[in-house]
Design a protein around this ligand. Structure first.
Ligand code: HPA
Length: 273
């Protein structure tokens, strides 16, 4: 595994002429790829050209690793991510995050589309993730520990950096973005939840539910890479407000929230050392 990661990293460094070492990594979720429009692009690599990189199968995700400047800072953006429900192993799901770390990123920023379990939430709200619950059936650290990346038993008491959460909430006040905060629960999918499952997820303490993010954050925390994550609430999962969900509706709600999400991530990145 470590050799595959090193080969992928070496290939990428060669493609970017060893010149453009990114400071920050960004993973864009379903319907949230438009942040790339705000990027001054330096290099764009297809996942399919990078050795050992998994290749994206979902139509709403295009598979590119994009290097550029965002708000004057050097970033690497994953346009399109890998989900466990697509049939990838957890090691494949987190492969790009591990490569980002080996490329030198100091912080990871993650976005996703999620269902709102908290009755205070509305469609197209942003929710800063303060903590998570992992209900995926496995995780990327199962198996022999890769000591070169991190410890056997990584601490999980602060998976999302408190400092960045506070900065994001301050930015939300400043720009009047009305950003919410809460706990994200990650489920395997690909089916959405039953009404009884939504009730259960709210009861165990989650404010939003989705099918991604937690594996990547676990891999990042393992490597001591501080994380910030934000959900876009694309549908409401509260009794009385539950409607049949179509991918099109999720994409539309995500598109509506996208400008605020991009602003939040861009401004937050500017504040980092
Ligand atoms: N459940 C799970 N994942 C989701 C949802 C949902 O309601 N909405 C967007 N992603």
């Amino acid at each position: 595994m470590i050799q595959a990661l090193q080969e992928a990293t070496a290939y990428i460094k060669e493609q970017i002429n060893h010149q453009y070492e990114p400071e920050f990594g960004i993973i864009l979720g379903t319907g949230l790829g438009a942040l790339v429009k705000d990027l001054e692009i330096r290099h764009s690599l297809n996942y399919s050209d990078i050795p050992h990189f998994p290749v994206s199968t979902v139509e709403s995700h295009s598979g590119k690793l994009i290097f550029g400047d965002l708000g004057g800072r050097r970033v690497v953006v994953m346009q399109g991510r890998f989900h466990y429900y697509e049939g990838y192993t957890m090691e494949q799901v987190v492969f790009p995050v591990r490569v980002m770390k080996l490329l030198g990123v100091k912080r990871l920023f993650v976005s996703n589309a999620a269902g709102g379990l908290n009755p205070e939430f509305n469609t197209s709200d942003l929710m800063v993730i303060t903590d998570h619950i992992n209900l995926q059936p496995t995780n990327p650290l199962i198996g022999k520990n890769i000591d070169e990346l991190g410890p056997r038993f990584p601490d999980m008491s602060e998976p999302y950096e408190d400092r960045m959460i506070q900065q994001a909430l301050d930015l939300s006040d400043h720009f009047k973005l009305n950003v919410k905060s809460g706990v994200y629960v990650s489920v395997p999918g690909p089916m959405l939840e039953t009404k009884a499952e939504y009730k259960y997820l709210a009861a165990i303490g989650a404010d939003a539910v989705g099918m991604s993010t937690v594996p990547e954050v676990i891999a990042a925390v393992h490597m001591n890479l501080p994380c910030f994550a934000v959900s876009v609430i694309t549908d409401l999962c509260v009794p009385g407000k539950i409607k049949k969900v179509k991918l099109q509706d999720i994409l539309e709600a995500a598109a509506q929230a996208e400008p605020n999400m991009t602003l939040l991530i861009k401004e937050l990145i500017k504040l980092q050392e």
